[in-house]
Design a protein around this ligand. Sequence first.
Ligand SMILES: Nc1ncnc2c1ncn2[C@@H]1O[C@H](COP(=O)(O)OP(=O)(O)OP(=O)(O)O)[C@@H](O)[C@H]1O
Length: 358
Amino acid sequence: MAAPVQQPSTGDDHAGAPVISVRGLWKVFGPRAAEVPRSTELRALSRSELMEQTGCTAAVREVDFDVSPGEVFVVMGLSGSGKSTLVRCLTRLIEPTAGELSFEREDLLAADAKQLRTLRRNKFSMVFQHFGLLPHRSVVDNVGFGLEVRGVGKAERLRRANEVIELVGLDSYRNSYPDQLSGGMQQRVGLARALAGEPDVLFFDEPFSALDPLIRREMQNEVIHLHRTVGKTMVFITHDLSEALKLGDRILIMRDGQMVQLGTGDELVGAPADDYVRDFVRDVPRADVLTLKWIMRAPRPGDELDGPELGPDTLAREATRSVLAAGKPVKVVRDGELLGIVSDEEILTLVVGRGDEE
Ligand SMILES: Nc1ncnc2c1ncn2[C@@H]1O[C@H](COP(=O)(O)OP(=O)(O)OP(=O)(O)O)[C@@H](O)[C@H]1O
C-alpha cells in the first residue's frame, strides 16, 4: 500500500489507533461532482439548490470520524441520508469525490486496483440485506467460497467453514442448500461467510431489514454474541434506532449527507444535537439507555447524604430499585468523589416524563 497518511486525532503507534479514519470526505454524484467540494459557493447550497444549479447530489458531505479497533460503529439516518454511500466509500466500492480516508493507517485513496482487491479479499467482509448465497452450493461450500477464491486448500477451507458454521449455530445445516433454509438461517450463512476469511472489519448494510421482527431480534443477538466471541471491528448501517442502540458502541447520525451527531447511545438520548436527533430518540425508553450521570443533580441543603453509592455509568434502569428502596438519595460516586445524587424525584421524572421536553 501507499505511504501512511497523517492521523489528525491519534497519530502515534498505540494499539487503539483507528482502524478506519475519515476526514473531510465527500461523495458527489453528477456532472460537476469534482467542483462541488472545492467551491465555497457550491458547498453552501442546500440539496435542492445544488441539484438545480449543477445537476449534482452531494450524498456525503464533509464527513469526519474514526472507527476504533473492536468497535461496533453504527451509521444511522433516514432513507437517502447517505448511509450506504458513505459506507461504500470506506472500501472504495464507491470512489469518494474528495477528502482523506485511511485504513489501518495507510492511505486507502492511494491504493491501486490490485491492492484494493487484496484488501477486499483479506481485510474486509460485507453482509448485505440480500444474502447473495449460491443456490447450487451447500451451506459449507457457500461459507468456504471466499476462501476458495483466495486459493485456500480444500481441507483448510472445510476446517475453517465448519468452525464458523458452528459459531453461528448452523451445525446441523452444513450440508443443506440455501432454499432449504429460512431467511434468518440464510442470513446466518451470510454471517458465517463474512467471518470465514477472518476479516479485520465487517461491514453490514441493513442486513436484517427484510427479516421479520422476531428473527431480526435473534440476529441482532447473534451479532452481539459474535462480536463478544471474535471481537471484530464492525461498521453497521441501519435506519432502526433500537437496533443502533442495541448494537452500537457509537452511533453516527446522518442527514442529507452530513453528520448530525456522533456519540454513544446515552449521549444521543441524553443530549440530542438538534430536533432531527430528538425526533429519532423521542420514543426510546430513557431508563434503558441513560446512565446516572445524565440524571443526577447537585445535592441541595437538607438532602440526606448517607445513601447507597453507585457509579455514574450505572444504567438508570438498574439503579431504579436501589434509589426507591433506599428511601434516600443514591450518591453517584467515582473514585471516592461525590459527583451528584439521584433521588426518587429524578427517577420519577425519567420514567414518567421526557427530559428533552422540559
Ligand atoms: N449512483 C448514484 N447516482 C446519483 N445519486 C445517487 C447515487 N447513489 C445514491 N445517490 C443519491 O445519494 C443520496 C444518498 O443515498 P444513499 O443510498 O447513500 O442513502 P441511504 O441513507 O443509504 O438510503 P437508504 O436507507 O434508502 O438506503 C440519495 O439522494 C440518493 O438518491
